[in-house]
Structures are given as C-alpha cells and as structure tokens.
Design a protein around this ligand. Structure first.
Ligand code: ADP
Ligand code: MG
Length: 695
C-alpha cells in the first residue's frame, strides 16, 4: 500500500545521496570498461552458445542491459558477418533509435559511421559495401523483403524492441518465420524488454528463450491523489520541486508528443530563469522529429542536473544513464484508426500498466530512484489496460496490405499474424486500395498496385505521382510529395512572428498549399539552393536539403518504374488535377464562409489557419486536403482547391455528375450547374466493398 511506497522512496532518496553521479562514470571510464560493465557482458559466452545452437532465439532483458548495442558486436566478433556471410541486421521500430544506436556502436567499434557499422531509415541510407552491421527501421527491412524475399543479404537478423509490437515488426514476424523455414543458414534473434518472451517463443514454434540477468535498483513509486487536470503544468511543477529539493540525479519526464514537449521545456526554462536562487538545469527535449544533432545532446555529459522531456521513445528504445527521477504523465500519443474520418489520427491516450512500469524502471537503471506518477493508484489499477494494444490492431493497414499482396500473399486471413488484425480493418484497407486502383474487384493486386508498392510512400501519394506521369507533371509532383514527406519547412522564431509571417505570405499560392510547397522549393532552386535565401525567408534549410535528397531518391525509383519525368511548365491546373487524384476521398464542399462539409462523412470542417487559403482569404467551392487535424473542431490541413469535375473524373466510384436534360440552355449554363450537381454517390462504393471478397 501507500506506506510501502513511501518507505521505499525514502530509502531510495537516502541511497541516491550516497551514490556517485553516473555521468561521472561515463566520463571517467573507457568505452571498453563501459561495455564490460553492462549486464549482457557477464553472459556473453552462454549467449553466443545459445545463438549457435538455435535458428530462432528469443532474448529478454531489462532496458539498458546492452541488447541493442552489444548483441550485434558479439555476433560480429564471432564471425557471423565474416567474408562470404551476409550482414548482421538489427531492426528498430523508431528512426531515432536506429540512427543513435548505429552512431554509438560505430564509436564503440572505432569506425566511421556508414563503414562497418551503418544504418538505413526511409530516405536515408548510411551504409556502404563495407557495412557488416546494419541498423535499420523495421519498415526498411520489410521493404527489402519485397525485392529480396529470403533476405539473402543477411546472415543474422535481430528484431529488436519486439515488445513494442510496431505494425512493421508484427508483419515481419510472419515473414521471418517463413524465411527461417526456407533458409538453413540464417539466425533470427528476437529481443524484448519485458515479459512477453513466452508469446514470441510460442509464435516461433517454441524457440528457446535466453534471459539476461537484470541489474536494477529499487524505485520508489509516488502516486498523486488524483490525475492532474493539466499534465504539462503538473509535470513542470513536479520537476521544479524535484530539482529544488532532491539530491543530484537527472530527471526524465514522459510527455505525449512534440508540442507538449516544447511547451513543457519552455515553461520550465522560464520558471527556472525567473528565480535566481534556483540552480541552473539543462533542459533537453527528445522526440522523433527532432533534428539529429539535437537528439545527440541527451547523451552528452553535463555538470549540472539534466531534465529530459521525452515521448515514450525513452521508455525502452533509448537508454539514458544517470536518470534518478522519472515523472510520468500517464499519457502517450499513438496512432489510432478513426473510422469516422476514415484514416489514422494521432491520439493522446492513457498508457498501459506495462508502459507505466517500464517508465518507472528508467529511474532505477544505474542506482535507486523515484518515479512520480501524475495520477492515482486507482487510475493505475482501474483505468489502464494491462498491456498495449498492438499497432496492427488499431491502425490503417493499406500499406501493409499492399505490401503483402505484392509479396503474393493473397490470402490475408491465412497470413501468420501473432495477433491478427480485425477483419473489418483489413476489408477497409482493401477498399481504400481498390479506390486507388491497386486492387481489382476480386481483391487481387493490379499492375498499378505492383508499381505503387515499389514506392516508400503512402498509397495516395504514390497515386499522385502515377497520375502526374499520365498528365505530364511528374517533376512538380515529385517535389510536392517530397515536401509532404518531411516536417514543415517554415519556422516562426519567437519575437519575430510578424516579420516571418509577412515574408512567408509572399511565398503563398492562394489556391493551394501543395502549390505553395512547390513554389517554396522552386524559389529555393532558382536561388541556387542557397542557405541565405532560406534564412531570409524563415525556411529551415536543413529540412529543404532533406527534401532535395528525398526527391532525388523518389526520382530514381520513378525512373526504375519507367515513369516519364516531365514538367508541365507552370500549367498548375494539371498539378492540381494530379493532387485531386490522390485525395478524392478527402474532399469537402463549401457550406458558408469558413465552413466546409466533408463530402465523405458529411461532417463540418474548416480550413486550418496555417493554410494559404486561410491566410489569403480564398474560399473555393471545392477543396481536397492532405489530412484532418482534430482539435475541438476538425481542421483540414494542406488544402488545394479543385474543380468538381475532376472529382467525378478521378473518383468515379465516389462521385457522379447528375445528367440534366433541360431545354433551351446554353452550354455554359449547364457547365455552371454541373458544379452544383456533383453528387456524392458513396453508396455505389460501399456496395462494391461488400462485393469484394477477402482473398
Ligand atoms: P538495451 O538494448 O538492452 O536496452 P542498450 O544496448 O541500448 O541496452 O544500452 C546499453 C548502454 O549503452 C546503456 O548504458 C546506454 O547508456 C549506452 N548507450 C546506448 N546508446 C548510447 C549513445 N547513443 N550514447 C551513449 N551511450 C549510449
Ligand atoms: Mg534496446
């Protein structure tokens, strides 16, 4: 009960005071000493023996025991990637983790990143022919299986962070199980931080489980009396309190996502700066979209206390030494399929009990610690699920379905899923793919579908590219989809908001945010890709350089797929038409000033204030949008005005133009009326959906 918690945290506080600081440890010990200090090192030989004796091995161990950074090296040192053998591949559910771990391992091995140790994430391949250890996202390995179904490049594959149950990892399980049956010479290792190992073992026909003995310290848990009303506010207060009252040791705050993290950092910094008596603190955000040099900062040693504000990336993917205090808001942001809007949306949800325990464990990695939960004991027991719902059971599967179909896995219901997705979700994704022409009415993959599967993009964006090829504006659409594949290029520095807004306004194209993105890129190109131009226009130069890279990679794939690389020479109607082909399911019609009605769901929606249409006060009758942002209202973000005739032309299964047999009307009048007679014939499509069998 409560008393125990209190006692254990008092005990923890007392112990903390005695401990030598951990950053001290990292600063004074050599890399070799650090490696040998890890729990996994004490079982190195047994572990390698277990690997040699089994084709599939499950390894479980506490976060920080050295699985991610050491396993690959142990295998490498035991010649699993020697000449003639393949590489050692290690998958990560998160991009940030793949990059940061590869950097660390390259450093430990004393090689340049990209040489013996490299990484590959979408649109960023940092490997060479010398690479023997390759860290990558699970998505990258899944794509590789498209063109190399037996994954011949690899002698060993480590599926790391399996407990995260990311969508791609779950699909890879089924694929690797088959690969293991076909290939004698492959080693498959599944690593997991928690207690799910039995489940993984069962899935892989009773594969052995190897447990790395843990080395953890007691963590005192302190619940609040009730869940905080404002968790950002509560987290800031708690962090301040810890900083002022508690012994040295870093603080780790678990927040939901980028926006909340930025706000938390800001408020905390202001509060600390406002009182001279408070000692300084290093505040460090960490989330997946953060620039990589900023990400690296969390590992730097610091003389003063660090306060790291993170998403659930710090739960298991990244191990932070020196954390003694964890502040857990009890929430995370996850992708959930929202049937109302027909797509995935990021949603703030309560974490599971498993997450909560994982989070508190972060405080006891290198010494005893304290975890402050900003919710009550009752919240924990009654409101939180025991385990997370795997991503595959809660998100849109269009990408996965297309990929599996192009791997000739036709019967998705027979595919070996550890936890099969709901049949309804599979059907829905098939329906979306059918709308885009990737599947035929029997649910089999079409030639277009096969072509589209080759692009590492969401199906609608690929569709945009393919239509652009038919319309003769591939060069323009390549730029647009590349711009949509990176975070926003605009920035609005504090204190210079008006100035940056004014400069930005000059770049806007009134009828389309997509064309605005194109315009930004074109202007930059006209100015010789200059960094000065970017800073003059409040544009993130690093992000634009990334766009250029993404664009050139997509262009290569487009060439391989025999797309003609043509430009429409500023015939922007063609570009808008291509955009329309991707988003005819994301269309809205004007209702009154500022208000639109979603043509698919009939829900009211608005143009997002960040849109060029909003800023320049342009209110076309029909628009399509890239995504919906749900706050108190539904906002369309990244919007383009379209001609309703295009909607009927591009999405005939969705819209039809009612024929009107009037008399004595001239063409232009009929034309004008046609605009108002575009009708949503959603029913036809729905009937089609029920006709389509899952094959
Ligand atoms: P596991 O995968 O079992 O959770 P890791 O291999 O990720 O464990 O971590 C082992 C150790 O390596 C940790 O003590 C961690 O601090 C250190 N480490 C991992 N990544 C980095 C990095 N980028 N910089 C510095 N140290 C790191
Ligand atoms: Mg790990």
């Amino acid at each position: 009960g409560d008393l125990d918690y209190k006692k254990s945290s008092q005990y923890a506080s007392a112990l903390i005071k005695k401990q030598e600081s951990v950053s001290e440890f990292t600063r004074t010990k050599t890399i070799k000493q650090q490696r040998e200090y890890l729990p996994i090192f004490s079982v190195r030989e047994e572990l390698l023996k277990a690997v040699s004796e089994s084709k599939v091995l499950i390894i479980s161990g506490e976060t920080g025991s050295g699985k991610t950074t050491q396993l690959t090296q142990y295998l490498y040192e035991s010649n699993y990637a020697a000449n003639g053998n393949g590489m050692i591949g290690c998958t990560q559910p998160r991009r940030v983790a793949a990059v940061s771990v590869a950097k660390r391992v390259a450093e430990e091995m004393g090689c340049e990143l990209g040489q013996e140790v490299g990484y590959s994430i979408r649109f960023e391949d940092c490997t060479t022919k010398n690479t023997r250890i390759k860290y990558m996202t699970d998505g990258v390995l899944l794509r590789e299986s498209l063109n190399d179904p037996d994954l011949e490049q690899y002698s060993c594959i480590i599926m790391d962070e399996a407990h995260e149950r990311s969508l791609n990892t779950d699909v890879l399980f089924g694929i690797l199980k088959k690969v293991a049956q076909r290939r004698r010479d492959i080693k498959i290792i599944i690593t997991s931080a928690t207690m799910n190992s039995k489940k993984f073992s069962d899935f892989f026909d009773g594969a052995s489980i190897f447990e790395i003995p843990g080395r953890t310290f007691p963590v005192g848990i302190r619940f609040d009396k009730a869940a905080a009303e404002d968790y950002v506010d509560a987290a800031v207060k708690k962090a301040l309190q810890v900083h002022i009252q508690e012994a040295p040791g870093d603080i780790l705050i678990f927040m939901t996502g980028q926006e909340d993290i930025e706000v938390t950092c800001l408020i905390l910094a202001e509060k600390i700066a406002s009182q001279e008596t408070i000692p300084p603190i290093t505040i460090l955000p960490i989330y997946s979209q953060l620039r990589s040099d900023d990400q690296a900062k969390i590992f730097e040693t610091s003389k003063q206390r660090k306060c790291i504000v993170a998403t659930n990336i710090a739960e298991t993917s990244l191990t932070l030494d020196g954390v003694r205090y964890v502040i857990d808001t009890g929430y995370c942001k996850i992708k959930v399929y929202n049937p109302k809007i027909g797509m995935d949306a990021l949603q703030i949800t309560p974490i599971s009990q498993a997450n909560a325990n994982q989070r508190s464990g972060r405080a006891g990695r290198t010494g005893p610690g304290i975890c402050y939960r900003l919710y009550s004991d009752t919240n924990f027991r009654s409101d939180m699920l025991e385990n997370n719902i795997p991503e595959i059971q809660r998100t849109n599967l269009a990408n996965v379905v297309l990929l599996l179909k192009s791997l000739n896995i036709d019967d998705l219901l027979q595919f070996d899923f550890m936890d099969p997705p709901p049949q309804e979700t599979i059907l829905n994704s098939m329906y979306q793919l059918w709308l885009l022409g990737c599947l035929d009415e029997a649910g089999s993959i079409t030639d277009l579908g096969r072509k589209m599967a080759q692009f590492p993009l969401d199906p609608p964006l690929t569709k945009m590219l393919i239509t652009a090829d038919e319309l003769g504006c591939t060069e323009e659409i390549l730029t647009i989809v590349s711009m949509l594949s990176v975070p926003s290029v605009f920035y609005r520095p504090k204190g210079r908001e008006e100035e940056s807004d004014a400069v930005r306004e000059k770049l806007l194209i009134s009828e389309s945010d997509h064309l605005t993105l194109l315009n930004v890129y074109e202007q930059w190109k006209k100015n010789d890709y200059s960094g000065q131009w970017c800073s003059d226009h409040f544009i993130q130069v690093k992000t634009l350089r990334k766009v250029r890279e993404v664009r050139s990679q997509l262009k290569d794939i487009a060439k391989q797929q025999n797309l003609k690389l043509t430009s429409c020479n500023y015939d922007y109607d063609l570009v808008r038409k291509a955009i329309c082909s991707a988003y005819f399911t994301h269309a809205a019609k004007i209702k009154s000033i500022g208000e639109y009605t979603n043509l698919r769901t009939a829900m009211p929606c608005r143009v997002h204030p960040s849109s060029a249409l909003f800023t320049l006060g342009h209110a076309p009758d029909y628009v399509v949008y890239h995504e919906l942002i749900m706050t108190t209202k539904e906002y369309m973000s990244c919007v383009t005005s379209v001609d309703p005739k295009w909607l009927a032309e591009m999405g005939p299964m969705f819209f039809s133009v009612k024929e009107y047999y009037g008399h004595r009307r001239d063409r232009s009048q009929i034309q004008a009326e046609a605009t108002n007679r575009i009708e949503l014939s959603n029913r036809i499509a729905l009937e089609k959906q029920t006709e389509m069998r899952i094959k």
